[in-house]
Design a protein around this ligand. Structure first.
Ligand code: GCO
Ligand code: MG
Length: 412
């Protein structure tokens, strides 16, 4: 049976997976049509890159050949329902890469940037937050000052916890950003909740005391607290009017957020490791959170992310897309198109990519006065140089593993 659902005669003739490491590992899917139009999608899953590459190469790419590239929703459903085995980070990252590559193609064929196809700009620009960190309070304050001097209207503040050797979110050396994925095997960190809970309010007090309240202040808890500990943290941070605390507790148990909610007015954000609308159904429909942080690349692409944000809009919940450096420039640009076009945009994370990513990805986004714009190039607005990518072979890297002092494994 024909799968053509549009009047075009164009078909997909090639789907190629390129794994490269320009600054860090990225998996890129390149789809080519019979008209010679190409589109790219990001299939990077930090620390598990080759699983998605294999899922695409061995199981998805053969299915795409001969299909109509314009039929994005049908292809999405074909890959989701048609696999029988649904959801999960590997499957949904692979589907996301196909989805974004097809939106890129659709934009190029139409001669329009993707945000125009999504309904056009609902705002002038996308507010982004930068990542400030420090080994102590003075260092953190210097770093916050740098972001504010560059025009950022929102800053995430992470700092070393006295008495805890290594903590999530800290930079190495003088780099633009930190890179947690490291080493041929995972490094280990040792966590102490008590020390952290005492420390965070002191740190935020210092930030507000020095810089005041005319910018947004954010913090990532990175899934480390129990619900009641997270409630305690939220309450202790209320005087500093946080824009959000992120991932206060592991979110497999959506119901756990009800307890946090009952105790604090500090806004809650969650979702960077979610893969589908089902992972956040109750969080949204029962208004247990304020910001949904699902990403283009890990939650099924532009098509599925739009459904999540539309559901959230009904309940007054705003978007807060994940934008760490392990999401390639392709999915970061795709996020900007979504952010610009949805009504319930809240905030976009912007963790700048590590050089020499520019040798492989040419971007057309802009940053001015704290706002970003995806640019007006047709499609997603990112060009991928396959020859340059070949100069940066894949390097196996793992995210760290977290333990407690007694050696038991804790959430990282
Ligand atoms: C964030 C995230 C990241 C993740 C990373 C894992 O808020 O930016 O927590 O730093 O740890 O994306 O791959
Ligand atoms: Mg996070």
């Amino acid at each position: 049976m024909s799968t053509s659902t549009s009047t075009t005669t164009s078909t997909i003739v090639e789907a190629k997976v390129i794994v490269s490491s320009p600054g860090r590992n990225y998996v890129t899917l390149k789809i080519t049509t019979s008209d010679g139009v190409t589109g790219i999608g990001d299939a990077t899953l930090n620390g598990r890159e080759l699983s998605v590459a294999s899922y695409l190469e061995d199981h998805v790419c053969p299915l795409l050949i001969g299909k109509d590239p314009a039929a994005i929703e049908r292809i999405w459903q074909y890959l989701y329902k048609g696999a029988y085995w649904r959801r999960g980070p590997v499957t949904m990252t692979a589907i996301a890469a196909v989805d974004v590559a097809l939106w890129d193609i659709k934009g190029k064929v139409a001669g329009l940037p993707v945000y125009q196809l999504l309904g056009g700009a609902a705002r002038e620009g996308v507010t982004v937050y930068g990542h400030a960190s420090g080994n102590d309070i003075p260092q953190l304050l210097d770093d916050v000052a740098k972001f504010r001097d560059r025009g950022f209207r929102a800053v995430r503040a992470q700092a070393a916890v006295p008495g805890v050797a290594k903590v999530y979110g800290m930079r190495k050396g003088d780099g633009n950003t930190y890179e947690p994925a490291d080493g041929e095997l995972p490094s280990e960190e040792c966590w102490d909740t008590g020390k952290y809970l005492d420390w965070v309010p002191r740190k935020m007090a210092a930030v507000r005391e020095r810089f005041g309240y005319d910018f947004h202040l954010l913090h990532d808890v990175h899934h480390r607290l129990t619900p009641i500990e997270a409630a305690h943290l939220g309450k202790s941070l209320e005087p500093f009017r946080m824009f959000w605390i992120e991932d206060p507790t592991p979110a497999e148990d959506q119901e756990a957020f009800r307890l946090i909610r009952q105790h604090t007015t500090t806004p809650l954000a969650v979702g960077e490791i979610f893969n589908s609308i089902w992972d956040c159904q109750h969080l949204i429909t029962e208004r247990l959170i304020d910001y949904i942080r699902t990403s283009v690349s890990h939650a099924g692409g532009i098509s599925h992310l739009r459904k999540i944000f539309s559901l959230a809009e009904l309940y007054g919940i705003r978007s807060g897309s994940h934008g760490a450096g392990d999401l390639s420039p392709v999915s970061f640009a795709a996020a900007l198109h979504v952010d610009l076009s949805v009504q319930n945009f809240g905030m976009q994370e912007y963790m700048e990519h590590l050089p020499p990513y520019q040798e492989v990805f040419t971007t057309s986004w802009t940053f001015e006065d704290g706002l970003m714009h995806p640019g007006d190039a047709p499609g997603i607005g990112v060009e991928f140089d396959e020859e340059a990518a070949a100069r940066f072979p894949y390097e196996r890297k793992y995210l760290p593993v977290n333990t407690l002092a007694d050696g038991s494994v804790h959430d990282w």
